[in-house]
Design a protein around this ligand. Structure first.
Ligand SMILES: *[C@@H]1O[C@H](CO)[C@@H](O)[C@H](O)[C@H]1NC(C)=O
Ligand SMILES: *[C@@H]1O[C@H](CO)[C@@H](O)[C@H](O)[C@H]1NC(C)=O
Ligand SMILES: *[C@@H]1O[C@H](CO)[C@@H](O)[C@H](O)[C@H]1NC(C)=O
Length: 217
């Protein structure tokens, strides 16, 4: 039968519709550092400093080039230590910017909740500024779609989901309708053929009767 075969492209179509409307669900979002300026160091003994970025539960990323305060360091995102981190959902991470301390515990520039929703349209840029400490610009274009997933919880998202669902349903009904119409049409043709054949046989019988009658005379 042709029906089971026609379900395969239908399923493909539905999953395609689903993943194109919720792209954040399928891809991880990579965060890179685009620029940073530190306004002071906490280290008294050394002329230069070692600054690193760390998210809880992940490995630290040492910002090798960042050595001096009051200099803007710009990055293109392809440096050996990039990306800084990544998000696989809209959930925030606890991250911070620290300075290695040769004697005591490492110093903290800042520690904060690092969230995909902080990255703003249109490019997915996020500027974290703390007075007298630092000014850093992070970039995560994919975070926009990740953060967009929680928009689906409110009215607009629901609206899109309903439209997608409705168009899928309408497509299914349309396809089933066409398949049904073709089947009905074929059945009708077959019935017509059979009727014509039967009529032919009946005609044959009539002819036979006539012939039989004719020969008896
Ligand atoms: C941290 O780095 C070590 C060695 O480089 C690696 O074995 C480990 O899996 C890393 N941990 C995470 C959470 O990435
Ligand atoms: C996401 O981050 C984890 C840990 O930092 C790393 O092991 C993994 O390879 C990263 N994935 C991507 C796609 O960058
Ligand atoms: C922080 O850095 C960004 C990018 O370099 C810049 O546009 C912004 O004006 C800076 N903000 C402050 C308060 O210095």
């Amino acid at each position: 039968m042709s029906i089971p075969n026609s379900r395969v492209p239908l399923l493909l179509f539905i999953s395609l519709m689903f993943f194109t409307s919720f792209p954040g669900l399928t891809l991880g979002a990579v965060v890179s550092l685009r620029s940073i300026e530190i306004f002071k160091t906490h280290e008294w003994l050394k002329a230069t400093t070692t600054v690193y970025f760390l998210c809880k539960g992940e490995n630290m990323t040492v910002l090798l080039d960042v050595k001096r305060p009051h200099a803007i360091y710009a990055f293109n995102g392809q440096e050996s230590w990039q990306p800084l981190s990544n998000f696989s959902s809209k959930k925030c991470k606890r991250c911070g910017l620290y300075e290695e301390d040769s004697i005591t515990l490492d110093d903290v520039f800042d520690e904060w909740e690092f969230c995909p929703s902080d990255f703003a349209a249109p490019d997915g840029e996020y500027i974290r500024f703390k007075e007298k400490e630092f000014n850093a610009t992070f970039l995560c274009p994919e975070c926009l779609s990740l953060a967009g997933v929680d928009e689906h919880d409110d009215g607009k998202g629901m609206h899109i989901a309903v439209v997608v669902l409705l168009s899928v349903l309408v497509s299914i009904i349309l396809i089933l309708g066409v398949v049904g119409a073709i089947k009905f049409w074929r059945k009708k043709l077959r019935e017509q053929d059979r009727a014509r054949l039967l009529k032919l046989f009946e005609d044959d019988d009539d002819i036979g009767d006539e012939l039989g009658l004719g020969s008896a005379i």
